[in-house]
Design a protein around this ligand. Structure first.
Ligand code: ADP
Ligand code: MG
Length: 838
């Protein structure tokens, strides 16, 4: 009933009309693939059942079994899978443990990638889910509270499934991986999560073996910690507004040629490194290819002709590989020697002294794979079909049984044509036809008008509207031979194919190793290509605390603006000196772009890539936090301001001196004074208590005053030129804060009517001079108090209200809440009210 609705199919029923009618709907089996895909993409599971015995030999009901379950997280179909994203199913187990309350495992069944980590909090779980983006999340039966908490914060298909207890889970892992929880260093929650993911996946593949060989145990802080907000705001793999890949950082740096390379690049980007050594190893590999243009070209040309080895290997293990998969494997393996040669300087450049480790293909794996290739070459036909039962899988000359029966079957078909021709001639019935059906095999069909010419030896089998059908001894004998040959052929081909796939499966480790090596070569070659074409440089990465970028550019915006029009900017940050950079300037000046470009350059540097700048020195960052104001999150039913404040408090709780904090217009979602106050206090806290390198863009130019009170705050602004009252954006970041916010100028640029702009200017003038204006008593109170605090006695407007404000501020300052009793507080309140009404 549900499927009929989802797929827009006609709902019929078995035993129609009867009381116990069973509702059903269907699609032709050869078209099932697309429908299955649609259902799983909608978040459902599809169970595939097939007949598992020969229907001709079965007694009674033909036996059927579940052959595979397709779920949102477990899909093997290349037509459905995004080649450049992993398809993870995640399992989460909550446990009483202190440091690791949650175990989280990710499993990509298509490639066998299998990772597990332990996490302290729900926030950390959400962050990790946002990073890996599993399509399906498996939770323990009964974990309803956790399910509800997660559903609100991470969108995926949620499934409840039994998760084995710790002992059983440990045994299962030992059996699958060779190592148990102790060797792997897993706590209970991690053990159960990993085993839970594997058990769930295994149930979907009753016939195959999961391509698991290694469980990668990691801590989230081994990589730069990126929370959900950072991933979203920095548009790492998707744009903020429309969620498209185009326009993201990933798409700007993705020049990979293979699907595994694309997936690996995504991993590199989402898990930037925090150790210098592996970062330098990646840089070495990229630099090697940047310097060798010819080799790089050859390498990328070869990579384009290498298929998705990881997923083919996965399907081989799962017994889901098709003959065509193996043909692709054969072709791809054939290119590995040339790839190795190209990497080693086959490009004609001087022979390298030493090839960077990341670009080395292991000769041992390659030699094993060349055996696989030879076997495939010998056994598999040149262009095998996508399904074994279509036939023509095994090459002529490989197996005498196949050859002989193929000839018999083909020869038989030829003989049938001969018979038809001969009988037409002999009987003079030109329309005589030899045909086939499943009920009585080959027969001769004669139309009504010709029945008088039918010879005696024809045996009548069936009368149809247009004529009669006959069989002959000759036909029956031939048919028996053809059928027998076809059957033997099909059986033998299937058997040989299974053997062949089995032999490939036996070398799965070598295959996966080579696939991984090819993926990393691809990532390096792609990043080298981007670096070479985009004039990126190798950053100096070290354990210092300085970030110094010379002529940095925004990798995405620089491509979006007309060629040559992007204005590069320098940036220097240091926790002991230029710690908090406060960037002011009108809307559209380029503040956000500047800050994001710094974050992108840091991210690129720590993933080991080159960066868009003239030079860069990056002292390692442990976490990147971003908060971009004015983003609506109404879809989640939370007010913008609430989200903004929650994210800001997450930053203050999580940032360290090593972190990079980016605050864009924080405090915007509330009134001006609230906003300025919060921004001010947050900045002080980042300065005094945390010391993190911070970029803070704001249109509150009032914040510039902070630099007078705090030594490590620097004011920057994005330059504009005023030209006859028009503002021109220069896009250059300069020292010093801006004196006003230019909001009205931007409003005019945006086409607000002249009269409205003029009136706004008039009102602004009044507000700035502290004049009473409508309901602005609160405002003048504030400006009076502020004028006093900043030692600025010259607030021109000396109106009564301003004086009252000053008195009020003075009185307030004298109050010490710690020394005030409740009774006094009430009295004070009355006094203050009287003062303000004066
Ligand atoms: P703000 O945050 O100050 O409002 P943005 O950073 O959003 O401004 O920049 C607005 C637009 O200005 C960008 O979309 C881009 O088109 C352009 N821009 C920003 N920085 C630069 C730059 N350095 N060079 C050229 N154009 C830029
Ligand atoms: Mg902005």
């Amino acid at each position: 009933v549900l499927v009929a609705e989802l797929l827009d199919l006609t709902l019929t029923s078995r035993d129609k009309g009867k009381d116990a009618a069973v509702p059903m709907c269907g699609v032709p089996h050869h078209a099932a693939r697309g429908y299955v895909a649609k259902l799983t993409e909608l978040g459902h599971k599809v169970v595939l059942c097939e007949q598992v015995e020969d229907p001709r030999q079965a007694k009674g009901l033909v036996k059927r079994e579940v052959v595979r379950i397709v779920t949102p997280g477990i899909v093997l179909d290349d037509e459905v899978l995004d080649p450049k994203s992993a398809r993870y199913v995640a399992a989460i187990v909550e446990d009483g443990g202190e440091a690791t309350r949650f175990g989280l495992a990710h499993l990509d069944v298509t490639t066998g990638e299998f990772r597990v980590t332990g996490l302290p909090s729900l926030d950390a779980v959400v962050a990790e889910l946002s990073r890996a983006e599993p399509r399906e999340v498996v939770l323990e039966d009964g974990a309803e509270t956790l399910a509800n908490a997660l559903r609100d914060r991470y969108r995926a298909a949620y499934t409840h499934a039994p998760v084995p207890d710790e002992a059983t889970a440990g045994e299962a892992l030992s059996a699958a991986l060779g190592d148990g929880p102790d060797e792997l260093g897993l706590c209970a929650a991690m053990t159960r999560a990993a085993a839970g993911a594997a058990a769930y996946a295994k149930r979907t593949q009753p016939a195959g073996t999961l391509p698991l060989s290694r469980l990668q145990v990691y801590r989230p802080d081994e990589a730069v910690v990126l929370d959900e907000a950072a991933i979203v705001n920095l548009e790492l793999s998707r744009t903020f507004i429309e969620g498209r890949r185009e326009g993201s950082l990933l798409s700007a740096i993705d020049a990979t040629c293979t699907a595994p390379g694309g997936r690996a690049l995504r991993r590199w980007l989402h898990y930037p490194l925090t150790d210098v050594a592996p970062i330098r190893r990646r840089q070495d590999a990229i630099e090697y290819l940047v310097d060798r243009e010819l080799a790089r070209g050859q390498v990328r040309q070869l990579l384009k002709r290498i298929h998705d080895l990881e997923r083919i290997a996965g399907r081989v293990a799962l017994r889901a590989a098709t003959p065509r998969d193996l043909a692709k494997l054969r072709a791809s393996l054939g290119r590995l020697p040339a790839l190795k040669q190209a990497l080693e300087g086959g490009g004609g450049e001087a022979m390298p002294v030493d090839i960077p480790p990341l670009l080395r293909l292991d000769p041992e794996a390659l030699s094993q794979l060349s055996e696989v290739r030879a076997e495939l070459e010998a056994a598999l036909s040149d262009e095998p079909p996508s399904a074994v039962k279509e036939g023509g899988v095994i090459r002529d000359g490989h197996c005498p049984v196949v050859d002989e029966n193929r000839q018999l079957a083909d020869g038989g078909r030829g003989a049938l044509q001969d018979i038809e021709a001969r009988e037409r001639e002999r009987t003079g019935i030109a329309s005589l036809k030899v045909k086939y059906n499943r009920v009585f095999g080959y027969y001769i069909e004669v139309t009504k008008s010709q029945l008088s010419r039918v010879p005696d030896e024809y045996v009548r089998k069936q009368t149809i509207a247009t004529g009669e059908r006959y069989i002959t001894d000759e036909l029956a004998g031939l048919e028996a031979k053809i059928v027998a040959a076809q059957e033997t052929l099909a059986e033998r081909e299937a058997e040989l194919f299974r053997e062949l796939a089995g032999r490939v499966a036996a070398r799965l480790e070598a295959l996966k190793e080579a696939a991984e090596a090819v993926a990393s070569v691809d990532v390096c070659a792609g990043l080298a290509e981007v670096a070479a074409l985009g004039r990126y440089v190798r950053p100096r990465v070290d354990e210092g605390e300085t970030i110094a970028i010379e002529e940095g550019r925004h990798p995405v915006v620089e491509r979006a603006v007309p060629e040559g029009s992007f204005v590069p900017n320098d940036c220097r940050m240091d926790p002991s000196d230029d710690q908090l950079l406060l960037i002011t300037g009108p809307n559209m000046a380029g503040k956000s772009t500047f800050m994001r470009q710094v974050a992108h350059i840091v991210l690129l540097a720590q993933m080991g890539a080159f960066v868009p700048a003239r030079a860069a020195h990056i002292g390692l960052v442990d976490r990147i936090f971003t908060r971009v104001g004015a983003a609506d999150n109404l879809a989640r039913g939370e007010s913008t301001f609430m989200v903004e404040m929650r994210e800001t408090s997450a930053i203050l709780a999580g940032a360290t001196r090593r972190s990079l904090v980016i605050l864009d217009e924080v405090g915007r979602g509330t009134s001006t004074f609230d906003g300025v106050s919060i921004a001010w206090a947050v900045s002080e806290y980042l300065h005094d208590a945390i010391g993190a390198r911070t970029l803070f863009a704001t249109h509150y130019h009032e914040l510039c005053a902070l630099s007078q009170f705090r030594p490590r705050v620097r004011n920057l602004s994005v330059a504009v030129r005023e030209n006859d009252g028009e503002i021109v954006f220069l896009r250059r970041v300069i020292a010093g804060g801006s004196s006003r916010s230019y909001g009205i100028d931007v409003a005019r640029l945006a086409g607000l009517p002249r009269s409205v702009v003029a009136r706004a200017k008039q009102i602004l003038g009044q507000l700035e001079s502290g004049q009473a204006f409508g309901e602005s008593s609160q405002l003048s109170l504030f400006s009076a108090a502020r004028g006093k605090a900043a030692g600025d006695a010259g607030d021109e407007a000396d109106g009564a209200r301003a004086r009252a404000g000053e008195a009020l501020a003075e009185r307030l300052e004298a109050i010490d809440p710690d020394q005030t009793t409740p009774m006094e507080a009430l009295r004070l309140l009355a006094e203050l009210k009287a003062l303000s009404e004066a």
